[in-house]
Design a protein around this ligand. Structure first.
Ligand code: ATR
Length: 265
């Protein structure tokens, strides 16, 4: 019998998750069906309940429902607790377990696919919303020298930094500091803007990583012009999916061919 999974979001038609999980299933010989499910903004819980009642075994959750999924879960993993958000639900017979695979997906992309050592490195995280919050703990676990959180609204950055025991502030607080890895997790690109970073934040040999994918963002263009190596978030997307697939199916898919497939599409 085919096992059912889904990705819930609003909007959802653009999601690459069905193609990614479809490729994982073919590669590993797992008999699963993975569908996109559009949830009304005020009807997330109802869609989850109906999917689960119909036999669904698990779901990914994307914008704007990750915080709601966190509240809906009966049990949460430590990495979901740290993120304050859930992107993967596991439907057990008597409980919904909430996990967050975004951070580990980013770290696996940085270290595994891009070959970056994080220990002892200086990391700048741009943004203090949900996307940023989800990756702080997994980054800190790699024991970088610094994780500095910078944000348009400085108070949000300092609050997050205090919670995780790292540094944070507004863009003015960077005062000429340089970093080996700059991760863009703000929504500036959606407005066609880039975060107001000085050229000096990009150390020689710096990797500039944008969590967005699919097109060159103004942040990426700026970083490239400053001499940084640039990567988009497609690898993170595929790696977080692989981690969810592992949770559900107990098998870790090989991500490289799937990244190539999604990029070619
Ligand atoms: P997400 O869950 O995608 O992170 P969010 O929680 O709305 O979304 O957070 C968006 C982040 O992008 C915030 O850090 C926001 O900064 P503020 O805290 O000051 O709102 C940041 N952001 C949004 N538009 C931006 C812009 N034009 N320039 C710089 N940062 C921006």
């Amino acid at each position: 019998m085919t096992d059912h999974y889904a990705v819930l979001g609003n909007p959802i038609a653009h999601s690459k998750s069905p193609a990614i999980h479809g490729a994982f299933a073919r590669q590993t010989g797992q008999d699963i069906l993975y569908s996109p499910l559009l949830a009304p903004r005020d009807g997330f819980r109802e869609v989850v309940d109906a999917f689960r009642a119909g036999g669904g075994l698990g779901a990914n959750v994307t914008v704007p429902f990750k915080e709601e999924a966190f509240l809906l879960a009966h049990q949460r993993t430590p990495r979901a607790e740290a993120a304050g958000a859930v992107n993967t639900l596991v439907f057990e017979p008597h409980a919904i377990v909430g996990d967050n695979t975004d951070g580990v997906g980013l770290v696996r992309d940085l270290m595994g696919n891009l070959g970056l050592e994080l220990a002892g490195r200086r990391i700048l995280l741009v943004g203090a919303g949900g996307a940023a919050k989800g990756v702080i703990l997994p980054l800190l676990e790699q024991q970088p020298e610094t994780v500095f959180i910078v944000n348009r609204t400085p108070e949000k950055a300092t609050a997050l930094a205090d919670r995780f025991g790292c540094r944070g502030g507004g863009f003015g607080a960077l005062s000429g500091e340089g970093f080996d890895l700059v991760i863009h997790a703000s929504a500036a690109s959606l407005a066609g803007e880039r975060p107001p970073l000085d050229d000096a934040v990009f150390n020689p040999g710096c990797l500039a990583y944008d969590m967005m994918y699919g097109r060159e963002t103004p942040f990426m263009a700026h970083a490239r012009a400053c001499g940084a190596t640039v990567a988009d978030g497609l690898g993170m997307l595929v790696e977080q999916a692989a981690e969810a697939f592992l949770l559900w199916r107990g098998v870790r898919p090989d991500t490289r061919p799937v990244m190539d497939l999604i990029r070619a599409a």
